[in-house]
Design a protein around this ligand. Structure first.
Ligand code: TXE
Length: 480
């Protein structure tokens, strides 16, 4: 059994309660380890350690902080086989995906902010011959970083890297569904050179540990990624405490294909943007809109590619679609397939649990599902499903598809396929989304602002946005 511990004040420790949560492997449905069922008291010890460490870490020269983060990234790379295996086993995603995306991106996140902080500068404003203003951007203090289960180490490091680089200390909580790679990272923290208390992990349930972190009076800034409903709870806790917070929440992203698109490229990429990570990426294009002239052609080519997707054991190199993260999530997604039928949808492909032989016979697998004939504004087309389920809907005009695309409570990302770049730029401007891809998907430059609008979140991550989020600006005005 793989039993893990909290990492507090530079030491791996048991939860005060000595209570544990079972960790289930999604591909087999079997318990394979235990994680701490920490409570408010554990969070209190971790925040005290982070608070004590802040006076040291925040005063370190930037280059020294940068060197530690770079060393940590090197240690991930040196242990990547262990990280890849752990990520795949914990989440259910194909090992190949963890190897090509999750783990390389985790060390890339650390390196990106280890270098960004060295070039991070602020501004001054000269008032003719009256005065000079300069802006200081100082670290805030103890940062709470709370991350979800879909891209565990990728999104965990996406938060802790800028927080630490900017000179804050961190109390972090990965999802209780996927704690393993964060635990492995904590085991390397001392070797990387992080002073005790600078970085802490408290494992456990969100309503216990996450809630205690957000409401703790000594936590000065909160960075959260997860569901919109949880985001609402966190915002209601934090707003009256006037803390800085960023919320990266859900999405119901449109994938728009105009008749002049490169159809082969649109089909190939749309299979990926629909079902990568079992459709459990908030940026997945779960609503496909196809201009009527090419609708039949697209549907036929798309479904024929989806049929060929390899579902199976995440350890198998040929696997393209692994297990969903939990039994509860599998049942939630199946609930939406049932809803789609009730709303008049036609299941063109999928919608059932595949037979996966051998050790994975009891795993949480679902055949990639393609649904047509739904109203663009029905619940299936406006609520986040967050699984391997997409709908395809025809449209006639640009105005019509923009209304569909913007017609949900979410505003995270969109993809647009057209050979007419004037139209591409125009549609991108009218889409109420934080991120728009033209003729591509998930092409990511870490310097760009990352996040959504409406119920997809508050604030942005990435590049200077993240460093500004994790620092407090102060303007000093000096009379000549
Ligand atoms: O979220 P949950 P999940 C969204 C994605 C989907 C969801 C999937 O679209 O909707 O996140 O992640 C902790 N106080 N994004 O189901 O349940 C919980 O323990 C404090 C969008 O895990 O909200 C876990 O660690 N914390 C994103 C974390 O919150 C609490 C990218 C997330 O859990 C808490 C990825 C509470 N009261 C997923 N309750 C984007 N936009 O980039 C739970 N938690």
């Amino acid at each position: 059994m793989k039993n893990i511990k909290n990492f507090i004040d530079g030491k791996l420790v048991d939860p005060i309660s000595k209570q544990y949560i079972e960790n289930i492997e999604p591909a087999t449905g079997k318990v394979y380890g235990n994680l701490p069922d920490s409570k408010k008291e554990d969070v209190g010890v971790a925040v005290d350690a982070a608070k004590a460490a802040f006076s040291v870490w925040s005063k370190w020269p930037v280059q020294k902080r940068s060197d530690v983060l770079m060393k940590w990234a090197d240690l991930i790379d040196a242990n990547k086989a262990e990280f890849i295996e752990a990520e795949s086993r914990d989440n259910g995603k194909p090992m190949k995906l963890a190897a090509h995306v999750d783990i390389p991106r985790a060390s890339a996140n650390l390196r990106f902010f280890a270098t960004a902080i060295i070039h991070y500068a602020s501004e001054s404003h000269k008032m003719d011959d009256v005065a000079i203003n300069y802006t200081l951007r100082a670290p805030i203090g103890v940062a709470a970083c709370i991350s979800p289960w879909n891209l565990p180490l990728y999104l965990f490091t996406w938060k802790i890297a800028p927080a630490l680089a900017a000179g804050n200390t961190v109390v972090a909580k990965p999802s209780e569904l996927t704690p393993m790679t964060a635990f492995l990272l904590s085991k390397l923290a001392n070797e990387a050179g992080l002073p005790s208390g600078t970085f802490n992990i408290v494992h456990g349930y969100g309503h216990h540990v996450g809630q205690a972190m957000t409401e703790h009076p000594d936590v000065g800034v909160v960075s959260f990624t997860g569901g919109t409903e949880t985001g609402k709870k966190i915002a209601s806790t934090i707003a009256p405490m006037f803390k800085k917070y960023s919320l990266e929440l859900g999405g119901k992203n449109p994938n728009i294909i105009f008749s002049d698109a490169d159809l082969e490229d649109a089909v190939k990429t749309s299979v990926h943007s629909s079902f990568a990570n079992q459709g459990q990426i908030c940026l997945c294009g779960s609503r496909i809109f196809v201009q009527s002239e090419v609708y039949d052609q697209f549907v036929e080519q798309f479904v024929s590619r989806v049929r060929r997707l390899q579902i199976g054991d995440p350890e198998d190199d040929a696997t393209q679609v692994g297990a969903l993260v939990s039994k509860a999530h599998l049942e939630k997604v199946e609930g939406y397939i049932q809803l789609a039928k009730e709303e008049g949808g036609t299941i063109l492909f999928g919608g059932q649990r595949p037979i996966v032989a051998g050790r994975c016979a009891d795993g949480y697998f679902l055949t990639p599902t393609v649904i047509v004939d739904l109203d663009p504004y029905c619940r299936t087309n406006t609520e986040e499903i967050f699984g391997p389920v997409v709908t395809i809907t025809p449209f006639e005009t640009e105005e019509e598809v923009l209304a569909y695309a913007n017609g949900t409570p979410y505003g995270l990302s969109a993809t647009v396929w057209t050979d007419n770049l004037k139209r591409g730029h125009r549609v991108a401007e009218f889409l109420k989304m934080g991120i728009v891809w033209l003729n591509c998907w998930l092409v990511r430059d870490l310097r760009t602002p990352f996040g959504g609008m409406k119920q997809s979140g508050v604030g942005r991550e990435g590049g200077l946005e993240a460093l500004r989020f994790f620092t407090e600006p102060k303007n000093v005005c000096v009379k000549y």
